[in-house]
Design a protein around this ligand. Structure first.
Ligand SMILES: N[C@@H](CCC(=O)N[C@@H](CS)C(=O)NCC(=O)O)C(=O)O
Length: 411
């Protein structure tokens, strides 16, 4: 039998297994083609699938996104398939569970698990809220499963395929034995369903979580207050390596090949790379003179940056890691931006603030597109304010504040 179409995704994505299992129950097959989110989102791909997410499905009959729809299509391809229910009641219940899997389980397990894996920014209140919402959904599911082996009727339907594949991430990464015991009907159901041969075939061996993931800061670059740069000493070569994007889940669409609009601006006499070299190789006191001699306020702009949720910051090294996470996410802005952001204060009483110099008169797309951009306010320093702000600008670049604990330079 020839495959019903091709799914593209990175490997071991349970959203792909959802369609494969549904197809297999109907005696059908789907081709799977490896897709690298960091390389394969070509303009042609984005033209066809503007959301730029995987999995996607292509066939001579239909192109689809949304894994639930892809799985549903595989389930619907066999006439009278038991997977989609025989009666209107069962059909509606199956849709109910399919939506529940997406909106109550997948979304919340992503909100809990992905920040812990460093794929999404870690903002504790958001992670806690996602965990609470997921547990609420599991509680409801647990009640329903008290008297049931399968969700709809007495055999596997697409409802079970959708729910079980959505549970994989939390059951393997954050719900340890004690947490699973709170939802023992769901746990029994999860192990029963995932041990079915067709589930095993496409999900592989599932190892239930033993030690739940904990928040691990992206990069630990603590620096004691005492070791903060002395006056005039520039924080040299303190660059942040772009976060290893081994997790494709959050990779951003590759920028379209078309020229960046910032490259089309009239040429500027201020050469950002020359400034970065100047800053890296000289005392900030000397570098800053070079800066003001060469700065071009028409081609570039200066922005004061402040973290919006300073009152939620706790340990200073964690605040510094937030800066590191932000820099990793604006990695594409290196060509157009320079910044120095510092952590000031002490554990449980600190702030994140700094300055950015960017090409053009607006915050570039490469910065405002970052998931955590909304956590920072960017306030433009107008040329008329330069004189008044020069001293502060210098201090942020030299990390020359008594209460400066640590910081990171984006260059
Ligand atoms: N609701 C969608 C979610 C798809 C999704 O979030 N895909 C992730 C990988 S699992 C992705 O492509 N992320 C890349 C991005 O956000 O740019 C589905 O079920 O297909």
């Amino acid at each position: 039998m020839s495959p019903i179409g091709t799914i593209k995704s990175y490997p071991n994505n349970p959203r792909v297994a959802k369609a494969q299992i549904a197809a297999a129950y109907n005696g059908l097959e789907i081709n799977v083609e490896a897709f690298d989110l960091s390389k394969d989102r070509t303009p042609e791909f984005l033209n066809k699938f503007p959301m730029g997410k995987v999995p996607v499905f292509e066939s001579d009959k239909v192109d689809l996104t949304e894994s639930s729809a892809i799985g549903y299509y595989a389930a619907a391809l066999k006439e009278d398939s038991a997977l989609l229910g025989k009666t209107a009641v069962d059909k509606a219940l199956i849709v109910q569970w399919m939506l529940f899997a997406e909106t109550e389980i997948s979304v919340n397990s992503s909100g809990w698990v992905l920040p812990l894996r460093g794929i999404w920014p870690y903002l504790k209140p958001n992670v806690d809220a996602a965990a609470t919402k997921l547990k609420r959904a599991l509680g409801a599911l647990n009640t329903v499963l008290l008297t049931k082996t399968y969700l709809v009727g007495h055999e596997i339907t697409y409802a079970d395929i959708a729910i079980v594949t959505a549970l994989i991430s939390s059951y393997t990464q954050v719900l340890d034995k004690a947490a699973r015991a709170e939802f023992k009907n769901v746990t029994r159901y999860f192990t029963t369903v995932t041990s079915k041969p067709l589930f095993q075939k496409y999900l592989g061996k599932i190892t239930l979580c033993e030690t739940p993931l904990k928040f691990v800061p992206v990069k630990k670059e603590t620096k004691k207050k005492e070791a903060a740069p002395k006056k005039e000493a520039a924080p040299k070569k303190k660059e942040v390596a772009p976060a290893a994007d081994e997790e494709e889940e959050e990779a951003k669409p590759a920028p379209p090949k078309a020229k960046n609009k910032l490259d089309l601006l009239p040429p500027s006499p201020f050469v950002l790379d020359a400034w970065k070299r100047e800053y890296s190789n000289n005392d900030t006191k000397d570098a800053i003179k070079w800066f003001w001699e060469h700065f071009d306020p028409e081609g570039y702009s200066i922005w004061k940056v402040d973290y919006k949720y300073n009152d939620e910051l706790t340990l200073t090294f964690m605040s510094n890691n937030l800066i590191g996470g932000f820099y990793a996410r604006i990695e594409r802005a290196h060509k157009y931006a320079f910044g120095s952001m510092i952590v000031r204060g002490e554990n449980n009483n600190n702030t994140i603030s700094g300055y950015f110099v960017v090409r053009g008169q607006e915050v570039p797309f490469e910065i405002y597109d970052a998931a955590d951009f909304a956590s920072y306010s960017f306030t433009k320093v107008e040329p008329a304010q330069y004189e008044e702000k020069k001293e502060e600008f210098y201090k942020y670049l030299a990390w020359d504040f008594e209460d400066c604990v640590d910081g990171k330079v984006f260059k």
